[in-house]
Each structure stands twice: as C-alpha cells, then as structure tokens.
Write a protein that binds this ligand. Structure first.
Ligand code: APR
Length: 240
C-alpha cells in the first residue's frame, strides 16, 4: 500500500473572505469596526457581556446564512491524493461543512459555547442548536458560571497549539492560506515545518512570513489559489 503524503494546511480569515466573511486586519476588517478589547477579551466580556454575546450572535447568524466557497471545496478534493490535516484560526465551520475530515480549530468555534470559569474544559463545551443559536446573560454552564462563546480571546492561552505543532512536524507539504501571520502562537507553526517539506502560501497580498524558508507563493484569492495548488501538486506527482 502506498502511503499518502501528509499535507497540512493552516488557514486564516482570508480563506473565508469569499464566503462573505470579513477578515480582521484588512482595511474595513472586523477589528476596524469593532474594538478588539471590547468584543474579544475576557475583560471586555466581564465589562459588557450583553455587547459581546450580541456580537457573536450576529456573527453566528451570518455564518448560518453563508456557505463554504470553492477554496474550502478544493481542500476536500485534495483528500483523494493526500492525507490532509487542516489547522484553522477561523471560528467558522466552513471546512467541516465543505466536507474536510480532519479540522483542528485553534481559536475556538462560533457554533459552540462554554463555561466562563473554565473555557477549555471539554465537559462544558456544547454546540448551540441552529434554531436558538445564542446564550443570554444569566444562562449558566454546568459549573454555575455564565455561558460564553467558545472563542479563544486575546490574552488567552491556545490549548490546541501543541496538538497543531505535532501535526505540522510530520508534514510533507505545508500550505498557508489567507492569514497575515500576525497572531502567535499560530504564526509560529511555520517554524515547526520539517526542513525537507515543501511550503506554499496563498494570499492576494504580500505576507511577512518572518522566515527564510523557501516558500512558493500564489498571490491569489483562496478559490483560485487552491485550484492552482491542486494543479501544481498534480503535475509534481504525489509520490516524489
Ligand atoms: N483569499 C485569500 N486570502 C485573502 C483573501 C482571499 N479572498 N482576502 C484577504 N486575504 C488575506 C489578507 O491579504 C490577509 O493576509 O487574508 C489575510 C487575513 O489576515 P487577518 O485579517 O490578519 O486574519 P488572520 O491571519 O486569520 O488573523 C489571525 O487574529 O484576529 C485574530 O483570532 C483572530 O483568528 C484570527 C487571528
């Protein structure tokens, strides 16, 4: 039996831009319109939980109304020839809805809520029903604390980073799609890529990768960039 090559993809907000989801740091991005410290920190939540719960409720409603784009679907296609692991900084569920089988969320998931006392405790994390996709002030987790969005906020630990690093360490091919690589520890995953792995980056704008590793850049949107990646890998063959 021929082992499939291990293809690891790190995705950021640009992956979902063509699904109608704003990126964070582009002009007019989410952090231009909503102050990060108010809607994406534990302190902001303590100060005004209604504002924060409302912000995520809006995002969630937009998520349910939107759909994965051709880029997400292209990554599913790659599973035919590769053992694909997706590590995403995105809190949307487009990769899962497109059909990707292995998806690791570094920054949480919009469709889930958790305890505000122990946000990482898996026993407290639950999926919101699509017909009532919100938590209100006064809704409590099983440990008696206020329910909060299952999102890794600024200043919080990223519990899945070790798992992500060990996935990256066995990559034959590593692909970054739609991330400005500004946010650590996710951006540091590039430093875990094995020396002999081939690295690709798909982004319509220049990205400072903070490394000297040789990287093949497709300066394109996710949809056409993934198409080009599929063609390039097909031409290169999957067994070299
Ligand atoms: N296709 C691919 N890339 C795109 C597209 C597109 N259609 N449109 C924009 N981009 C690129 C931008 O050029 C930019 O490099 O996507 C990148 C988005 O960067 P950020 O907005 O900084 O998003 P990201 O890197 O995912 O942010 C990381 O920061 O705000 C926190 O927790 C949040 O997970 C997020 C993390």
């Amino acid at each position: 039996m021929i082992m499939k090559k291990h293809l690891v993809v790190l995705t950021g907000a640009g992956m979902s831009a063509e699904s109608g989801f704003s990126t964070f740091r582009d002009a007019g991005g989410l952090w231009d319109r909503y102050p990060v410290e108010k809607v994406a920190t534990p302190e902001g939540f303590e100060e005004d939980p209604n504002l924060v719960l409302g912000f995520y409720r809006n995002l969630r409603n937009r998520l349910y109304a939107a759909a994965p784009n051709a880029g997400h679907l292209g990554l599913v296609e790659l599973e035919k020839d590769f053992d694909v692991d997706i590590i995403t900084q995105n809190v949307d569920n487009f990769h899962e809805r497109a059909g990707s089988r292995k998806v690791l969320h570094l920054h949480g998931e919009l469709t889930k809520i958790c305890s505000s006392r122990s946000p990482d405790d898996p026993k407290m994390i639950r999926e919101l029903p699509p017909d009532a996709p919100y938590a209100k002030v006064g809704d409590l987790a099983p440990d008696g604390s206020q329910l909060r969005p299952f999102i890794v906020w600024f200043g919080e630990a990223v519990p899945e980073i070790e798992k992500a690093a060990s996935i990256v360490r066995s990559a034959d091919i590593f692909v970054v799609i739609g991330s400005s690589l500004n946010v650590y520890p996710a951006a540091g995953l590039l430093g875990e890529v094995p020396k002999n792995a081939k690295i690709y980056l798909i982004d319509p704008k220049p990205v400072d990768t903070h490394t000297r590793l040789p990287i093949t850049v497709f300066r394109e949107k996710a949809s056409s960039g993934v198409r080009r990646l599929i063609e390039t890998l097909r031409t290169a063959g999957t067994s070299d």
